[in-house]
Ligand binder design. Structure first.
Ligand SMILES: [Zn+2]
Length: 308
């Protein structure tokens, strides 16, 4: 399942090819991949999506948490913020950059034919085996704090479907002091707070366990028991885990083949706690403990991560 670093790798891979490109054609092969697309009027989703996207010019792609979007360039004017092509990768979604002659990948649901002033004609293929992901044209709305909406964009406008989630820790406009203060007001377990998309987005179960292990914080420590320094250290470690995952999954732009999230588990060999129940803690040698947590599991070292 793509997590924040994988989606960020997708954004970085797409950016040079789609920024400034024009959509020359749209091919909807499976309308189920448009599950979050709201059609205007009574038109069928595939027809509406195709009509509205054809001819559109793309601005730079942006990301908040696991939402990725490409704003439609509004240089023609208009006062409303416009709209964006919004992608959610779900469990198995991929955005694949291909040249025109490349062979079909498996499970391509939607294909965009784009023309870029430098890179020429390319395809952006949305492939999704399990169909939990989707593409949609979504209205942009002004951000509540007036800052740019996410990483990669300078526009202070966010797709309405992504507006409910908090900024993620890789967002240049993430407010560290506000996050630390809010975390320290929580009576609930700090891990639950890390997974709360309304407080901080993009931190999934793996990254929560890894950053708690690095910061030596027990996952069930109530937020209010963390001092300012411990809360700040935890945030630093969340960013550290993301940075390492990005470094290991980073890919450079290649018009022939940018398979940005196809390689599953590239980060797995770097995990210290997650998925290592019963194995020795890489820091102290004691056994990593695995316990049930919110229908999932928590992995931590009871020796290094004492409950406060
Ligand atoms: Zn340990």
């Amino acid at each position: 399942m793509p997590e924040l670093p994988e989606v960020e790798v997708v954004r970085q891979g797409l950016a040079p090819a789609v920024t400034g490109a024009t959509v020359a054609g749209v091919e909807v092969r499976d309308a189920r991949a448009l599950g979050r697309h709201a059609s205007a009027g009574s038109e069928d989703p595939a027809g509406d999506f195709t009509r509205r996207l054809t001819g559109a010019a793309f601005a730079a792609p942006a990301r908040r948490g696991k939402f990725l979007w490409i704003p439609i360039d509004r240089s023609a004017g208009g006062s409303d913020p416009g709209e964006a092509l919004l992608a959610h990768l779900g469990m198995s979604g991929q955005l694949l950059l291909r040249d025109h002659e490349a062979e079909d990948d498996r499970h391509v649901r939607v294909r965009l034919w784009i023309e870029h002033p430098e890179h020429g004609e390319l395809r952006v293929d949305f492939a999704d085996q399990r169909l939990f992901g989707s593409l949609a044209l979504d209205a942009l709305r002004a951000t509540s704090d007036g800052e740019a909406a996410g990483r990669g964009s300078e526009l202070a406008a966010i797709p309405s479907q992504a507006a409910h989630i908090a900024r993620d820790p890789l967002d240049p406009a993430f407010d560290d002091r506000r996050f630390i203060a809010e975390l320290r007001r929580r009576r609930t377990a700090v891990k639950r707070a890390l997974l709360d998309q309304g407080l901080i987005s993009g931190v999934g179960n793996i990254y929560a366990d890894e950053s708690l292990w690095r910061a030596r914080v027990h996952p069930e420590t109530p937020g209010e028991r963390l001092g300012v320094r411990a809360a700040a250290e935890l945030l630093t470690q969340v960013r550290g885990v993301f940075a390492q995952a990005l470094a290991e999954g980073g890919t450079s732009f290649d018009a022939q083949y940018v398979n940005v999230n196809g390689q599953a588990g590239y980060f797995a060999h770097s995990l210290n706690a997650y998925g290592r129940g019963g194995e020795p803690c890489p820091r102290c040698g004691g056994p990593i403990k695995r316990v049930a947590f919110m229908n999932r599991s928590s992995h931590f070292c009871p020796r290094c991560q004492r409950k406060r």
